[in-house]
Design a protein around this ligand. Structure first.
Ligand code: NAD
Ligand code: UDP
Length: 323
């Protein structure tokens, strides 16, 4: 049966790629995006010319609709520390308020999908992190509005599943990068590439020994589509989705420098409570999504992302990466 789908945050980086992917499907009847364009851009969906698609500009926490949806995919939330740390209340409202507001818009028996984050593991004391790891998070720390609102939204959904049998699918995404990240997004990959292309000075916070597992957006969206769409899957989550090749921040900065002769690294003060490491245990993902893997190497993914940013900047995009 063709599905009517609501995607919150569909003008954002990952959301817009997922929207493109879903619009390729024949078993999709209608796709509504709700987005308040806080961190997302109209440009990310400007290319869409599909009568099944519509955009509703507004806050997810107050979105209303006369109908009900077969599937709701809740992605609305900034993901960049530079953005969510500036507006903690708004971040909490987007995640928790958004989920609470959207739940009644699901048709009976419909599916509620949510993008949680590896940030629920905080500064992890085990590596790689399996879904069963309960995390090391500081609810009074500088990342708390994001970490804790993701954790609370997970709690809401799994409790709704327990008490009312709600069909939920929850993923925990690890660091994702690629085209359509904002130039002023502030995360590492987009910052380093834009800095290399403009000032030539890459700002590494601290000594750069902290690590992440960098996932190319096409691979990640492939995992999301499989997990969110397939009826045959009985696992509800949480499910880690990411690339499991862990690379230090300094190494990726050096790689980006190698793409632009003359660019160099400058060390800045460490970011407060910056997690020291992050790497998904993908054992469960391999069982639940056989055949899926985040195969793109960071070198290949960075080259593609670099080329996209190069064109954006050449076309006059705002060249002001946030340090
Ligand atoms: P993004 O900032 O590019 O996209 C978020 C989108 O949500 C934007 O279009 C923004 O305008 C919209 N939005 C925010 N608050 C809203 C609100 N109250 N009402 C309506 N729209 C609102 O971020 P992204 O990188 O595409 O991340 C998408 C989702 O994936 C987020 O939920 C994020 O927490 C999660 N995630 C992302 C990563 C990553 O590395 N990119 C990692 C883990 C989890
Ligand atoms: N980082 C950095 N310079 C930048 C942006 C980020 O050194 O210009 C570091 C940041 O301190 C962190 C890592 O890169 O250790 C990943 O940061 P990002 O904001 O991309 O994601 P998150 O911290 O949420 O994993």
């Amino acid at each position: 049966m063709p599905r009517s789908v609501l995607v919150s945050g569909g003008c954002g980086f990952i959301g817009s790629h997922l929207v493109d992917r879903l619009l390729r499907r024949d078993d999709l009847e209608a796709l509504v995006v709700v987005d308040n364009l806080w961190t997302g851009l109209r440009d990310n969906i400007a290319h869409i010319d599909d009568p099944r698609f519509s955009l509703r500009v507004g806050d997810v926490e107050s979105f209303t609709d006369s109908g009900h949806f077969d599937e709701i995919i809740h992605l609305a939330s900034p993901a960049s520390p530079a953005w969510y740390r500036r507006e903690p209340a708004r971040t909490i409202k987007a995640n928790i308020g958004g989920a609470l507001n959207l739940l009644p818009l699901l048709r009976p028996g419909g599916r509620f999908c949510f993008a949680s984050t590896s940030e629920v593991y905080g500064d992890p004391l085990v590596s790689p992190q399996p879904e069963s790891y309960r995390g090391s998070v500081d609810c009074t720390g500088p990342r708390a509005s994001y970490d804790e609102s993701k954790r609370c939204t997970e709690a809401l959904l799994f409790e709704e599943q327990r008490v009312s049998g709600l069909d939920v699918r929850v993923v925990r995404l690890f660091n994702t990068y690629g085209p359509r990240t904002r130039i002023d997004d502030g995360r590492a990959v987009s910052n380093f590439i834009c800095q290399a292309l403009t000032t030539g000075i890459l700002t590494v916070y601290g000594d750069g020994s902290q690590s992440r597992s960098w996932g190319y957006v096409d691979d990640i969206v492939d995992g999301l589509e499989r997990f969110f769409w397939r009826d045959s899957i009985s696992h509800r989550g949480p499910l880690n989705i990411g690339n499991n090749r862990e690379v230090s921040v300094l190494d990726i900065a050096k790689f980006v420098c190698s793409l632009v002769p003359g660019s160099r690294i400058e060390h800045h003060a460490p970011a407060p409570q910056d997690p020291t490491n992050r790497c998904p245990d993908l054992t469960l993902a391999r069982q639940v999504l056989p055949g899926w893997e985040a195969a793109t190497s960071y070198q290949e993914g960075f080259q593609r992302t670099f080329e996209w940013f190069r064109q954006q900047i050449a076309a006059g995009g705002e060249a002001a990466p946030k340090a």
